[in-house]
Design a protein around this ligand. Structure first.
Ligand code: ADP
Length: 692
């Protein structure tokens, strides 16, 4: 199956605004996600800072407590010596050993006498070098120690490098008894062990402790790990409140703090948020797309429903049309066969029986009547075809409407009398001027309406009214045919002017007819620029009214006898091209009494030769002929530059055939069967009134 067979596959592109709205929805959602994320981050930092402060405060207290409890231990030793008035001094070394055993931060405990000389030290091992040291020679010790000996307050040195290696805080506890300063019990304490113990598991922080001089003496955590934001905690740890001596303590959280599940969740949350925003954007796009396609579907459904309705209507119309056509064909067949049957039957009777002149005359009249009926029917078919193909032409001349009407009514009078119907003619003519129009078509309107009135009226009368008046420079003619017949049901009125429409149709119909009369009448009226309308009441009768506007015609010329001065004088030489000898004979006989002579050619070819051989005034040309048809012959005649009027004679009534004949150079088209007057009209037109 190729593309064309499959129908064109149309990719429906969404308009730009659908993409923009979807994008905006995604963008808006992303902004919301970022805002929420920032808010959350800010909240987290706030609470992290709070936690940091709390942790810092807590650690400060821990450090302070550790330091204080160690100093307190030394203080207790000093107090025992003082309280005993120096008696306990001989046990201080034993006591110091105990302290050293129980407190791992104590590196050593020594006795420094009032002369600032280190006299004794526990443990001695490893600290021998300290014995005999004079603090006067140690600058960083001297001042603090002397101060302590004076104010009797415990002195804590800065982080000091020891003579015997290592670092420690030197804590001097001045001892007074017997009313004077005796020396100091001094300990070297390294708090870092305690601090490390207290800080275990605190890997998310980088902790630093500085002594009063700003020397870093304790550090915990990896300083190479980068800190987080500008989160930082700093505090003073008061070592000796009496001396306002402080250490500085700082902590800084590192990014391990942020590797906790909360921070992970935050990151995952952000990613999820963006994914949701993307999802929202895509969902918006699809919702819009679906809504649009639903709308489109709705419209298509509506269109389909409309189309279905139209199709149903078309189907109904087609069915009605086809029914009407079937009825028409069956009527037509009936209408054609009835007169044909009469004609053939009457011919058989005349052949078989010896008839007297009167009987012959009667039968011939009957045959003529039947033939005329048949001809009227064929004419109707031809007319409706002409009207519907738009090729109906009017041949306007000056004529009198009243005399046309009167002539026609005269023809019908006898029929009305026979049917015991009254035929009333009412003429309101303020103006009796000739009108300029087609008298034949005007007569056809009257005939059709009158025939129907006659056909559908059994009792009463038919009144034909003609009203003619001057309206401006035009002549208005109103024709009314009023009968007291069967009438038309109201529901049929809208269709009465449609072709093939009959109130009474089917096999049981009472009235004969083709259903074409009113359709043709309406077409003629419209062609003349007029209007037709009907009023009717069932059982009461019908009124048909035609309104026409004509230009003013020429005044009537006094009638001239057609044979005057021309009797037996040949007024024209005609050529008839006709292959059918009977038809040729009919034309010859019809023109027997006229002032023309006729030569006959059996086909177009012979006709062409005869035109070459002699001069003709007019040619009657059959269309369908053997060897060379009328169209071909006409073309060749015209090709030779011969301008003789050529009149087509044909049984083909279809508009295409007429158009073709006129297009190839013929002047008129007369359809078979023709009447004497058809022929006479042509002769008058092309050869003058004297030809007949
Ligand atoms: P036809 O008379 O050949 O059937 P027409 O087109 O002239 O066709 O008329 C169509 C139909 O209109 C007639 O069959 C008839 O039913 C109805 N009709 C026309 N004229 C009259 C009338 N004067 N009174 C009653 N019915 C009429």
């Amino acid at each position: 199956m190729n593309q064309e067979e499959a129908g064109e596959i149309k990719v429906i592109k969404e308009p730009a605004w659908v993409y923009v709205v979807s994008g905006l929805a995604g963008l808006l959602a992303s902004i919301m996600v970022i805002l929420v994320w920032l808010g959350y981050t800010w909240q987290m930092h706030k609470s992290a800072a709070k936690t940091l402060n709390l942790t810092g405060d807590f650690m400060s207290v821990q450090f302070e407590e550790i330091m204080k409890s160690n100093v307190q231990t030394l203080y207790n030793l000093k107090r025992r010596i003082e309280i005993t008035g120096g008696d306990y001094f001989e046990y201080w070394a034993e006591d110091a050993k105990l302290i050293l055993d129980q407190n791992p931060g104590f590196m050593f405990i020594e006795w420094i006498d009032s002369n600032m000389i280190i006299q004794d030290i526990e443990p001695l091992k490893g600290n021998e070098a300290a014995i005999g040291l004079d603090l006067n020679n140690i600058d960083y010790r001297k001042e603090g120690w002397i101060q302590a000996s004076k104010d009797s307050l415990i002195n804590v040195s800065n982080w000091a490098k020891l003579t015997q290696e290592g670092h420690a805080f030197l804590v001097d506890a001045p001892v007074f008894y017997h009313g004077k300063f005796q020396g100091t019990i001094t300990a070297g304490i390294d708090f870092t062990g305690y601090f490390n113990f207290a800080m275990r598991g605190r890997d998310a922080y980088h902790i630093e402790l500085y002594d009063e001089e700003g020397t870093l003496f304790f550090e915990h955590g990896d300083s190479s790990v980068e800190g987080v934001g500008n989160m930082y905690y700093e505090n003073d740890i008061v070592i000796r409140p009496e001396k306002n001596q402080k250490w500085t303590f700082s902590i800084e959280p590192n990014d391990r703090l942020f590797e906790t599940s909360v921070f992970l969740e935050k990151k995952v949350g952000l990613i999820l948020g963006f994914m949701l925003a993307l999802l929202l954007s895509v969902a918006t796009f699809f919702i819009l797309k679906t809504r649009r396609s639903n709308k489109r579907e709705g419209i298509i459904n509506k269109e389909l429903r409309k189309l279905n309705k139209a199709l149903e209507k078309a189907k109904e119309t087609a069915e009605v049309g086809s029914k009407a056509k079937t009825e028409f064909l069956s009527n037509m067949s009936h209408e054609i066969r009835t007169p044909l049957n009469a004609i053939l039957g009457l011919i058989t009777i005349q052949k078989d029986k010896e008839l007297d002149e009167e009987q012959k005359r009667k039968y011939l009249d009957m045959m003529e009547f039947s033939s005329k009926n048949l001809l009227a029917l064929v004419n109707d078919i031809q007319d409706i075809d002409k009207a519907e193909s738009g090729s109906m032409e009017l041949h306007p001349v000056s004529f009198s409407t009243t005399s046309t009407l009167n002539k026609l009514l005269d023809l019908y009078e006898a029929g009305f009398e026979k049917k015991e119907l009254k035929l009333v003619r009412t003429l309101h003519t303020d103006n009796v001027d000739n009108v300029y129009g087609d008298p034949i078509r005007f007569g056809q309107i009257i005939t059709n309406l009158l025939r129907n009135a006659f056909k559908f009226t059994e009792i009463g009368q038919v009144e034909v009214m003609l009203q003619q008046q001057l309206v401006g420079d035009k002549i208005e003619v109103v024709l009314r045919v009023v009968d007291t017949g069967i009438g038309i049901p109201e529901e049929s009125l809208p269709f009465i002017f449609d072709r093939f429409q009959q109130v009474d149709s089917g096999l049981m119909r009472m009235y004969e007819g083709s259903g074409l009369g009113l359709a043709i009448t309406k077409k003629i009226v419209e062609k003349m620029g007029g209007s037709i309308r009907v009023e009717s009441e069932l059982g009461q009768g019908s009124t048909f009214e035609v309104q026409l506007m004509f230009d003013k015609g020429e005044p009537a010329e006094p009638a001239v006898s057609k044979h005057e001065n021309t009797a037996n004088h040949n007024m024209g030489k005609l050529l008839l091209c006709e292959d059918n000898p009977i038809n040729a004979l009919v034309l010859i006989k019809l023109l027997e009494d006229s002032n023309v002579s006729i030569d006959v050619a059996k086909n177009g070819k012979e006709g062409l030769e005869m035109v070459d051989a002699s001069k003709y005034d007019l040619i009657f040309m059959d269309i369908q002929m053997p060897e060379m048809d009328g169209i071909e012959a006409t073309k060749l005649i015209r090709k030779k530059g011969i301008k003789i009027p050529i009149i087509a004679l044909s049984a083909n009534v279809l508009s295409d055939a007429v158009n073709e004949a006129l297009a190839c150079g013929m002047q008129e088209y007369i359809t078979k069967p023709y009447t004497r007057s058809d022929i006479e009209n042509v002769l008058t037109k092309y050869l003058g009134a004297t030809a007949i």
